[in-house]
Design a protein around this ligand. Structure first.
Ligand SMILES: O=C(O)/C=C(\CC(=O)C(=O)O)C(=O)O
Length: 350
């Protein structure tokens, strides 16, 4: 198949970028598929010079689409993180940013028909088993990418892609709070080990001597902070039922501080070895959830909104997370606004 190239859509999804494939165009065998994807992206190599990857974990992502295996979904979506400088491909996390491109890609590839000026899709996220709902602008019988919606971390505006989720708790760890507690202490640092769509460890930036205002580059240059965060991550991984996480991209590590720009809480996220330029979608939902737990280190720093529109500040702005609570204060549904853009449609050669 590789001699003639492999059909590939290269798209921005939210604040990430990746290659979107149909499952039928890739080898069924997982080892063969992963070897092919490493070759396509150009990994392992910090510059990914011999591939299409963007030399950054946020631009070294893959979505594999197939007709849905579930009656209550329209399309199946498998997310794969292709590591940049290691020969690793991991399905051990979901990705809500790349998810924003799944609806448009499924329509472009004819997996889902256009339903009218807007097309609603139920996306079965194979990594975690949950269904996401996406609404795609399809005004003239095809996907429209242009629009007036801005998201922080992406210049300009584009068509809105609202995403809604239910039942995210325990997506990879089996429970919202895999240790049964909202507060644990690891290596002397108070943390919340939580999974509401993404396994993350929430800690105070101040406990690492940080103000929380540092840039991505500044934190990445702090070898001692990075080593402490990684030591906590390896212990947290075991405590979160994720096993040995040395070669996994979860849990993500999120440092929180008081909001700086009128939001709910300020964050800096390790994903897990590079610092995120913004914050992941499911990571943002998980941080927002930690803010609602009084025992979490996040709670005392958070300024919770009254209308459920939580704003998670990050290095380049803020991500909005909509939390719908039931009368007992439990989260019934969560959502966010993203945009996506088709950048290239062609064939990739290996
Ligand atoms: O955490 C990462 O590795 C990066 C992500 C994941 C994501 O979107 C999510 O948490 O849902 C991203 O921004 O693409």
């Amino acid at each position: 198949m590789s001699e003639h190239g492999i059909p590939c859509l290269w798209m921005r999804g939210g604040t990430s970028k990746g290659a979107y494939f149909l499952a039928r165009d890739l080898p069924e065998d997982v080892a063969a598929r992963d070897a092919l994807l490493l070759r396509i992206m150009g990994s392992p190599d910090p510059r990914q010079i011999d591939g299409i990857g963007g030399a950054d974990p946020l631009a070294s992502k893959v979505a594999i689409l197939s007709p849905s295996t579930r009656a209550d979904a329209d399309v199946d979506y498998l997310f794969l993180q292709v590591f940049v400088d290691q020969a690793l491909v991991s399905d051990a996390q979901a990705c809500g940013n790349i998810l924003a491109g799944v609806g448009p890609a499924a329509i472009e590839r004819g997996l889902v028909p256009v339903a009218g000026p807007e097309t609603q899709l139920r996306i079965h996220m194979l990594n975690t088993g949950e269904i996401a709902r996406a609404t795609i602008q399809t005004p003239e019988g095809r996907v429209c990418y242009a629009g007036a919606t801005a998201i922080d971390g992406v210049p300009g505006t584009a068509a809105p892609v609202p995403l809604m989720f239910q039942g995210l708790e325990g997506s990879m760890c089996g429970a919202l709070l895999p240790t049964g507690r909202a507060r644990d202490v690891i290596e002397g640092i108070e943390c919340t080990l939580i999974d509401n769509g993404m396994p993350i460890v929430v800690m105070r930036a101040g406990d690492f001597g940080l103000s929380g205002e540092e840039t991505r580059e500044e934190i990445e240059a702090m070898a001692e902070v990075k080593a402490r965060v990684e030591a906590i991550r390896l212990k947290a991984g075991e405590m979160m039922n994720l096993g040995d996480v040395r070669e996994k991209s979860v849990p993500k590590m999120t440092l929180v501080s008081a909001p700086l720009a009128g939001g709910t809480i300020n964050t800096r996220s390790f994903i897990p070895h590079r610092v995120h330029a913004t914050i992941g979608v499911f990571a943002a939902v998980s941080v927002a959830t930690a803010c609602t737990l009084p025992e979490s280190p996040a709670a005392a720093l958070a300024v919770l909104p009254e209308d459920g529109r939580v704003r998670i500040e990050h290095p380049t702005g803020a991500a909005e997370v909509l939390l719908e609570l039931d009368p007992s204060g439990q989260i019934r549904a969560a959502g966010t606004m993203r945009t996506a853009r088709k950048l290239m449609d062609g064939r990739v050669f290996v």
